[in-house]
Design a protein around this ligand. Sequence first.
Ligand code: FAD
Length: 453
Amino acid sequence: MPHPSIVWFRDDLRLADNPALRAAIERDEPVIGLYVLDEESEGIRPLGGAARWWLHGSLRSLGERLREKGGQLVLRRGPSARVVTEVVKDAGASAVFWNRRYGGAEREIDAQLKTALREDGIEVASFAASLLFEPWTVQTGSGTPYSVFTPFWRACRALPAPRAPLPEPREVDGGSAKVASDDLDDWQLLPTEPDWAAGLREAWEPGEPAARARLREFLREDLDDYARTRNEPAAGVTSQLSPRLRWGELSPHTVWHDTIEADGAAGRFLSEIGWREFAAHTLFYHPDLATKNLHREFDAFPWPRLKPSHLEAWQQGRTGIPLVDAGMRELWRTGVMHNRVRMVTASFLIKNLLIDWRLGEQWFWDTLVDADGASNPFNWQWVAGSGADAAPYFRIFNPELQAKKFDPRGEYIARWAPEYRADTAEEPPEPIVDLGESRKAALDGYEAVKRAS
Ligand code: FAD
């Protein structure tokens, strides 16, 4: 009687460099891939709309690739702990493997499940695959987590180099046991009424093969210019790997080693991967990063009563501020926004519209294909001033100066918000706030934070 091994896929939707999959294959029993859509467990944040769209495509690709290699991908829906236990029974499995995740609720589920399965005599093992450095291995001399990026990254670089990526398995023996699976389409991850995903389909192809192709293309064509022009949204030189890393279609180890092989001096790009690590480590130590100010004195900030019309104008890219509107429309259309413009739009929401960063974070969570439980709230808190190694609160981006500096020919704005072009007959909207006055109001608000600290 075969005793299959289950590989529980989560944020690692790939076959290459997947230590959990590798461990299962090495056990020499049939391998059953499992993905659980968990919208019920306490503390698990439901995916946003754009993330659901990506997940659909990535799971379809993973399922097809596993089948091509002889394996299978079982899809189930429900609270993870219950579902994984059920699938173990249904398959007669004797081992479960997964790659670690770092959110608070996720870790708790995994730890409890590990104990429960082991009590039932099931072999369980978890692996490091989504981060280059495990959070508990990077600490200050006094054993605390780093709160500033530069020493954090220096400490990471002083550790043994990230391991080399594992090759993709040639075949996966799926065995003959038939384990019931949901039909991916029944999960309704794709929007239908209305179908707002046309821009996402145009911009992206989810799945591991397209991710690998993009990494190769980036290293060949864009890496040379990256350090010089990465801040210019019209330059198009950044890697666009964020959703690939978010969903684990590529491992950071693969990105790391391929980059060093392409250009040993690509430190600027690698340090951006470092920011991803820093955000994940910060979430590990602060599981309520998406809801609570990391620096609690920011709780004293006197947010004025929300003006829903201002929030809507920001969401829809109708604020009358060209760079902000261009960014918000790029986001809506493609599911991503250039990093520089993410900073400017976030700063505008918090420090000109005086809207709580958490509302901006939620909008990004719903609309980004790379929406990440660590990087999204981490960066929002960075802009707000309340987070790790954050921009000082009094640094308020002026979106007009930012546009002059980083989009000097107005190409990015012309592409996403053409009504602001000088040669158009269209009437551009009036700014919904005065940049100078609103900036002053924000600085007054931060006085309260200063008093509380
Ligand atoms: P590249 O410049 O090519 O960088 C390479 C990789 O490094 C990225 O793919 C990403 O994985 C990582 N990276 C780069 N910058 C950062 C950063 N500041 N923080 C964390 N990781 C970084 N990134 C997300 O992946 N998910 C999010 O939900 C997210 N939300 C953000 C919200 C705000 C308000 C801001 C200011 C930034 C946010 N970022 C987020 C970070 C950054 O904007 C994106 O990672 C980047 O724009 C993705 O484009 P790229 O892959 O071409 O980046």
